[in-house]
Design a protein around this ligand. Structure first.
Ligand SMILES: O=C(O)CCC(=O)C(=O)O
Length: 266
């Protein structure tokens, strides 16, 4: 059954998020949450994304995606999205612990980019000590059918811990470190503008290439354990500017705690 563009779609709020959604997230490591934003708000944030894309430094080579980091510090409109109290409240309910922002990122797959984001976990990229739970909200700012670069997940793979970072440009790398995953079911989740998925930072996931004439615009908000401390690790663009040391907590002014934000309704 198809849903025509413009048809009113159900909205999900922290108030109407069902226990079934929370249970599904905890079992599978990801969940599809329809309508966290209205289509009008998604369009407003997409316009802001297209407006900043040439003014913020691209952190990736652009083949797989254009990656713009820390928009909440650089653009008033995208700050509203990254610090959105509803998104943070849903993330807190899914994780079951107090959270703070790790970073946001705008991920744009250019039209006809021809490159998938290959399977990987997120957690191994990050210098986090004793992280109890980290998760990402991947918010579609435009319609993202399979052909425009939507996400695919391997349900249950969030239980894999301690793996080395995987190369998201190499389709075989995730399966080199976790060969058993090659035979697991995969779930591909097309999203309408304003929908999002939440995924656990240890869940194996990928995204399809963009075969369409329009950019795929996704805004990703990454939440971490509010009590996180820093582990030794390679340089990281999110922590490097602040001169932090191993064992330090994340400073609230650069990594806001959501429980302390006005309007938060965990
Ligand atoms: O959007 C993509 O292409 C990949 C996103 C991703 O890997 C993530 O949000 O963790």
């Amino acid at each position: 059954m198809s849903m025509a563009a413009g048809t009113a779609r159900p909205r999900t709020t922290p108030e109407n998020l069902s226990e079934d959604v929370v249970s599904a997230y905890r079992r599978d490591g990801f969940v599809h949450v329809p309508g966290v934003l209205s289509r009008a708000d998604a369009a407003r944030f997409a316009d802001a994304a297209l407006a900043v894309r040439h003014t913020v430094r691209n952190n990736h080579d652009g083949t797989i995606f254009t990656q713009l980091l820390q928009l909440w510090r650089q653009d008033a409109t995208l700050r509203e999205l990254s610090l959105h109290p509803d998104l943070a409240a849903i993330a807190t309910r899914l994780a079951g612990i107090p959270l703070r922002l790790w970073h946001d990122q705008l991920l744009i797959k250019e039209p006809h980019n021809g490159a998938a984001t290959e399977f990987h976990q997120d957690q191994p990229y990050w210098p986090h000590a004793g992280s109890r739970h980290a998760l990402s909200a991947w918010v579609a700012l435009v319609d993202v059918p399979v052909e425009r670069g939507c996400m695919t997940f391997i349900p249950g793979s969030q239980h894999l811990d301690g793996l080395r970072p995987q190369d998201l440009s190499d389709h075989a790398d995730m399966f080199a470190v976790a060969p058993e995953l090659a035979w697991e079911h995969r779930v591909t989740v097309p999203l309408r503008a304003g929908d999002c998925t939440f995924h656990n930072s240890r869940l194996a996931h990928s995204a399809t290439p963009n075969f369409t004439d329009d950019p795929r615009i996704a805004h990703v908000v990454i939440y971490v354990d509010a009590d996180l401390t820093l582990a030794a690790g390679p340089a990281h663009p999110v922590t490097d500017p602040f001169g932090l040391s191993v064992g330090d907590s994340l400073p609230d002014e650069h990594f806001p705690r959501f429980a302390e934000m006005p309007g938060h309704r965990p």
